[in-house]
Design a protein. Structure first.
Length: 105
């Protein structure tokens, strides 16, 4: 009985230390190593953001192109898809979802 309680206390202490170190590590990750604490000159550079030309270049790069995922002829019948893949000698991509689409299960 005492051994079980000691194991539980040791487990809770270990969990507490892991959780505490994770919080400290997260707060360290948020601090930039090059950022000065007085920070008025660096704050102006951060607030400036990117220029309009840079924004236009980035927008063109990330804009989805036509003929992508939505234009593929997806099949919903697994057996028919297996037959078609076997005759064409191609692999199958099986998309299986379980639970909420946003991962809230």
């Amino acid at each position: 009985m005492i051994v079980t309680k000691l194991k539980m206390v040791a487990g809770m202490l270990t969990f507490g230390l892991l959780l505490g170190s994770a919080m400290v590590h997260q707060s360290w990750a948020l601090d930039s190593p090059n950022q000065s604490r007085s920070g008025s000159s660096n704050a102006k550079e951060i607030a400036a953001g990117i220029s309009a030309d840079q924004f236009d270049k980035l927008r063109v790069l990330i804009k989805p192109k036509p003929g992508g995922f939505d234009d593929l002829p997806w099949m919903t019948d697994l057996w028919a898809a297996r037959k078609k893949a076997a005759t064409e000698g191609k692999p199958l991509l099986v998309w299986v979802g379980d639970g909420h689409p946003l991962g809230w299960t």
